[in-house]
Design a protein around this ligand. Structure first.
Ligand code: HPA
Length: 317
């Protein structure tokens, strides 16, 4: 039986287009906004918000600080029609993989040829990134999708893409090049944008220290809980992909192995030399938290917004 896309998607496309002026029926760019980076939608000219609740097949996003709508509008001096996904679906919310990638597929079917995805990530490689660095992804390491959580598992949607899509070229070189040119156009610090590798973890718990070292050893420069499912679905459907990961916290990866030393020092009466309180305080500073992620996103949001707008202008000049 041939794959009939219309069976699954046509209602959603009708729902969306019925709310939009003709000029926004076929957005060229699909934007996906990460934690604290939804301000991108305020940059849109003549915006129209279509709530997920009005679109067939959409779930509900539950993360604090995320909205639940597609924002349509024009971006940049050249008024490029775009659609911006406000509020994404993460596997850790309990959504199945099909729901996680549904919006990217819808945006592709509406007409997008380019996906620009932003996210917040922990920095694993201090030689490359610091808090505030934006990483243009060149590649990813994804234990979940290597082993079981791949959004393409199940009957292949032949009408969207092939059964066995390659991912060795997942992160588009030309879009990355435009990102670096845009950085220069905007006079932003040259070392505030780097190229690096992202590790996807399912979350919602942050990584243990041993897991942090493991991911770093596997070649990842940063780590986060989103994006890879969308990238896989986007590449499957033939979208060109740019991902900008904002490093919101450094992941320290140092072992936490002091109890034996402290106890031995106590026995030998050297308690003042090895102070357990110092170690504990230090270790607590190294713990990731969601507020820190939102704070850094807020601080860097304007630059990322400007960068994305300039990249879109350059790509559709
Ligand atoms: N780990 C995983 N996901 C994240 C992090 C982190 O340290 N920071 C922001 N998202």
């Amino acid at each position: 039986k041939p794959d009939n896309l219309a069976d699954d998607f046509s209602q959603a496309l009708d729902d969306i287009r019925s709310k939009l002026p003709e000029s926004l029926h076929s957005p060229k760019v699909a934007l996906v906004c990460g934690s604290g980076l939804q301000g991108l939608a305020e940059q849109l000219v003549d915006p129209v918000l279509v709530p997920y609740a009005d679109i067939a097949g959409f779930g509900e996003s539950t993360v604090h600080g995320h909205k639940s709508a597609l924002a349509f509008g024009f971006l940049g001096k050249t008024r490029v029609p775009v659609v911006c996904q406000l509020g994404r679906f993460h596997a850790y919310e309990g959504h199945d993989m099909q729901s996680v990638v549904y919006p990217i597929r819808i945006m592709k079917l509406l007409g997008a040829s380019v996906a620009i995805i932003t996210n917040a990530a922990g920095g694993l490689n201090p030689d490359l990134v610091e808090v505030g660095t934006v990483v243009a992804l060149v590649d990813h390491v994804s234990l979940p999708s290597l082993t079981s959580w791949n959004p393409l598992i199940g009957r292949n949607r032949d009408a969207l893409g092939p059964r066995f899509p390659p991912l060795s070229d997942a992160y588009d070189f030309d879009l990355r090049l435009e990102a670096f040119r845009a950085l220069h156009d905007l006079d932003l610090p040259p070392d505030s944008l780097k190229e690096g590798v992202y590790a996807w973890v399912a979350g919602p718990s942050y990584e243990t220290r041993a897991e942090q070292r493991f991911l770093k050893a596997a070649g990842a420069d940063c780590v986060g809980m989103s994006t890879v499912p969308e990238v896989i679905a986007a590449r499957h459907a033939g979208l060109r992909v740019l991902v900008l990961s904002l490093v919101t916290n450094m992941v320290v990866a140092t072992p936490y192995r002091y109890a034996g030393t402290v106890a031995a020092a106590e026995r030998e009466g050297k308690g003042e030399i090895v102070d357990a309180a110092d170690h504990i305080a230090q270790a607590q500073e190294e713990v990731a938290n969601h507020q820190e992620v939102l704070d850094v996103s807020a601080r860097r949001a304007d630059d990322i917004r400007a960068l994305v707008e300039r990249i879109v202008e350059r790509t559709f000049a």
